[in-house]
Write a protein that binds this ligand. Sequence first.
Ligand SMILES: Cc1ncc(COP(=O)(O)O)c(C=O)c1O
Length: 492
Amino acid sequence: MADPNAHRLWIQEALNLQLAEPDVRTLGQRLYDALRGGIQQGRLPPGSALPSSRQLATELGIGRNTVLSAVDRLVAEGFLVSRPGAGVFIADWQRGPQTPLDVPSSTPVTLSRRGERLLDFTAPPSARHAVFAPGVPALDRFPRERWQRLLRRHQQRAPIDWFDYRNEGGVKALREALCDYLRLSRSVRCRPEQVLITQGAQQGFELIARLLADVGDDVWLEEPGYGGAQACFAAAGLSLQPVPVDDEGLNVASLPPETPSPKLIYVTPSHQYPSGATLSLARRTALLGLAQQHGAWIIEDDYDSEFRYTSAPIASLQGLMDNAPVIYVGTFSKVLYPGLRLGYLVLPPSLVTSFQRINARLHREGQYVTQAALADFIGEGHFARHVARMRQCYRARQATLRRALAPAVAHGLELSSGHAGMHLVAYLASHDLERELIRRGEQAGLRLSPLSDHYLQAPGRPGLVLGYAGAPEAEIERAGRWLGEHWLALTT
Ligand SMILES: Cc1ncc(COP(=O)(O)O)c(C=O)c1O
C-alpha cells in the first residue's frame, strides 16, 4: 500500500472542508456522514488507517467525544475496524460479513416532488423561542390545575364507547357549547350537528382541500398569508393563486380578469394573517357574491378573533347571510394552547355527512375525554374568563413591545396597527436589512420571523412578524430594546 500518511492527511483535509460548510446537522452526524460517504465511494480504501481520534479532534476543532461516537458507530456498522494497539482502519466492508444492507441507512432519502415542495413551507426544528414567536399564546398563564380537574372528572366518567372508533363529529356537549359560543360572540349561524371537531385548524384545511377540490384546481390565498394553509393546499396538489392584501384585506379586484375561477378561497377576515387588516364590509359582501358566482367555497379562518383591543370582536363572514358558501374554521390553539390539537369546522348542512364520514375514515376521531373536559371548561365560564384575562395580558404585552420599540419608531420604523391579535409587523426598508436583523438575532439567541417568507411570490415585502403573546413582559421589553437598537444602528 502507498504511504499510509497520505490517506491520513487527505482524510483530515477532506473532513475539514466538509465541516466548514454551513449545515443544520450536528457536528457528530456530519463527521459520521462524511466518513461513511468517503468509505462507500471508495475514496477511503479498505486497509487505510484513520488518524487518531485525538488528532482528528484537534485538526477539525471539534470535541474528542464527538469524534469517538462517530467512529464507534462506524465500527459497530462494519465500515471501520478497530485493532487494539494499532488503531482504527477502513474495513473491507463490501466483502465483510456486515454488508451495508444490514445497517440502517443514514443517507438522505429522496422525497417526492410534493415532499420537496412542502419542505419550503417548513423551518428546521429549533429550541423554543417564545419571545417573538408568532402565534404562541401565554402558555404560562393557562389555568392548568382547573384543566387537570376537568380532565380527571371525565377520565373517571367516560363511557366505554368513548374508547372505541367513533364517527359522530365529536362530543355532543362540546359541539353544543361551541354553537352557543359562536352564535353569541361571532354571529355564526349554526346548529350543533354542523360542527365537526378536528385536531386543529390544519386538519380542517386538509379535509376541505381534499373533499372539495381536485388536483390542479385553483385556490385563492391571501398574499402575504398563513404558511400552514399554504402548505395544506400545496399538499393536496392545488394550484395556489396569491391574491394581494391591502388595508381592507383580500383584494380580489386586483386580480387580472383572465385569472382562472377558484374552487376555494382562503381568508382570515377578522384579522388578516400576518398584516392584521380587517376585511371591510364592502369586500365581504363582494366576496360572498363572487364565491356564489364561481361556485367556490370560502374558507373563513377565524384563528384569533377573540383578541381585539379597540372594539368588540368583528362578526363572522359566515353569519352575514343565510346559506353562505362559507366553511368556518376555528381553533383552540390561540385561545388555549397549540399542543391541545383541537379545532373545529362549521359546515353548511349539505356537507356535514360527507365530511364526518370521510374524516372518520382518513383521520379517525378521538380525544373524547379532552373534548368533554373542554365542553365543561366552556360551559362553566372558565373559557370566557381565560379569554378576558388573556386579552388584558396581550394588550399589556403589546404595549410593552411598542414602548421598547418607541425610539426606533420615532426614527421611522413602521409598525402594524395592532388593534387585534398576538403579533405586530415591523416593516423594513429592504431585504438586506431583514436578512441582517435575522442574522444578528440568531447570534443573540433570538429567532425572528421574516415577513417576506409569508409571500408565495418572491421576493415579498421585507419585515418582521413579532409575536408578543408568548413571553413575559420583561423578556419582551429586553428583546424589543435589542431589536430597536439594532434597527437604529443599521438605518441611521
Ligand atoms: C392564520 C392561522 N390560522 C390557524 C392557525 C392555527 O392552526 P392550528 O389549529 O392547526 O394550530 C394559526 C396558528 O399559527 C394561524 O396563524
